[in-house]
Design a protein around this ligand. Structure first.
Ligand code: IFM
Length: 457
């Protein structure tokens, strides 16, 4: 046997509403920004949409049965805001939408699986986008009204809440790089959107606690440890900036340190923040964002390599070395990055940690005998879970791990071209097949011990 996890360690799997639910116009659900983005030509591979996805909205009992077969003790999923509030401004939630999550939560509890609920995993009601979306402060207040309804309706049974999933993606990919909905390319707008996302997190935490006083409440950040591409000073400086942009811009305010001054200065220099305080930053905001949390959710996939700016250019992330192993989406397999990240978070911030996503995209489908022999994914999981166990041995307060993802699903701008699931989904028939990685993970979840010898190279 390899390393052992503590007895209470949570082994779960994660999904999100738009990526799996389908039933896009059922039971009064309003359109989200992703429905719009998917219909914008050229934005999503093959013109794919989440209209049907994994049809989880109808197949959730079958999916809970799969979770049982995988021996999961917890399941992380997100709520589709437009199922609760189709335009984001109604005075009360839509009963049919709430009823779906009631059934799901009850089904999970009956199966002995703890629900971990994420409120926002990117499906903003389109009508709120039409009023300005996350760039507008009012959206933060609409989010609090949503959180209030969620707390009221689910707070008697759900004891784990995550306000936001990956605000870097919602803010920067969505408003700066244009690669996610709403598809804007405006750095100044992106920084305003990020501010309102973090503000809404801080405003929602006490509201959730009011309804569920014993609940654990946190936020999930996508964190990417950055390393210099060489030992040159330029590359070291670039690496600091990449870290400031992706990691510290989020970690610091959530932990009461405000926005990092060095990164603030870079954004001013790059013209993304005016010379005076931006209008979106109001007195008290930084305190609000620092609402105490019970855990920090960490989503980790890979590391970044920093290269210093050539004259006239910005520092940039470079491609991984050619000899490195990559998943089918092109991300470098870098388990050491996860260990380094966990040790750093423990040292610099000290909040209890949970891995809320980690996993790998590989295309592997069923062989002729119907079995999915995804040995590369097993190797990825084994190496990253080993990093987690090692981090715990070295004193990191890490309470759980959620594999991304339970099911193959809609991978945003990549459409259905990337498969992250422990369970294979045949989209034509909606037939599910537990992959070899799912069986491997089930053994780990059952025994709490990493198998030493069975990990394929
Ligand atoms: O599929 C996404 C998920 O929605 C958010 N984190 C990263 C995953 C893989 O790209």
């Amino acid at each position: 046997m390899g390393r052992r996890f503590p007895r209470q360690f949570v082994f779960g799997a994660a999904t999100s509403s738009y990526q799996i639910e389908g039933a896009a116009s059922e039971d009064g659900r309003g359109p989200s920004i992703w429905d719009t983005y998917c219909r914008t030509p050229g934005k999503v591979q093959n013109g794919d949409t989440g209209d049907v996805a994994c049809d989880h909205y109808h197949r959730w009992p079958e999916d809970i049965a799969l979770m049982k077969e995988l021996s999961l003790s917890a399941y992380r999923f997100s709520l589709a805001w437009p199922r609760w509030f189709p335009t984001g401004t109604e005075s009360a939630p839509v009963e049919a939408g709430v009823a779906f999550y009631d059934r799901l939560v009850d089904g999970l509890l009956q199966a002995g699986i703890t629900p971990w609920v994420t409120l926002y995993h990117w499906d903003l009601p389109q009508a709120l986008q039409d009023r300005g979306g996350w760039a507008d402060r009012d959206t933060a207040h609409r989010f609090v009204a949503f959180a209030d309804a969620v707390g009221q309706r689910l707070g008697d049974r759900v004891q784990h809440f995550i306000t936001h999933n990956e605000p870097w993606c919602a803010g920067v990919l969505g408003h700066w790089l244009g690669r996610h909905a709403p598809g804007h390319r405006d750095p100044a707008e992106a920084l305003a959107a990020v501010h309102h996302l973090l503000l809404s997190h801080g405003l929602a935490v006490p509201v959730l606690r009011q309804h569920a006083p014993a609940a654990e409440v946190g936020i999930t950040l996508n964190l990417t440890p950055a390393y210099p591409a060489s030992d040159s000073i330029g590359d070291a400086l670039a690496t600091e900036r990449i870290d400031g942009h992706i990691n510290r811009w989020f970690l610091d305010p959530v932990h009461g340190r405000g926005y990092p001054a060095d990164q603030w200065a870079h954004y001013v220099e790059e013209g993304h923040l005016g010379k005076a305080e931006p209008t979106w930053l109001r007195p008290g905001d930084l305190d609000t964002m620092a609402a105490p949390i019970d855990f920090l959710g960490v989503n980790y996939y890979s590391r970044a390599l920093g290269r210093g700016p050539e004259p006239g250019n910005h520092p940039r992330t470079i491609e991984p070395p050619p000899q490195s192993s990559k998943t089918d989406i092109g991300w470098e397999v870098a388990p050491q990055g996860l260990l380094d990240l966990l040790l750093r978070l423990q040292r610099d911030y000290g909040t209890p940690l949970v891995i809320t996503e980690n996993g790998a995209a590989y295309h592997t489908g069923p062989d002729e005998d119907g079995r999915v022999r995804d040995t590369a994914r097993i190797a990825y999981y084994a190496s990253h879970l080993d990093a987690c166990a090692l981090a715990i041995e070295q004193g990191v307060d890490l309470g759980g791990y959620f594999a991304w993802s339970l099911l193959d699903n809609f991978e945003w701008a990549e459409g259905y071209s990337q498969r992250f699931g422990l369970v294979y989904v045949d989209y034509a028939t909606q037939r599910r097949v537990i992959k070899d990685s799912g069986r491997w993970y089930a053994d780990l979840a059952r025994t709490g011990a990493l198998p030493e010898t069975e990990v394929p190279g």
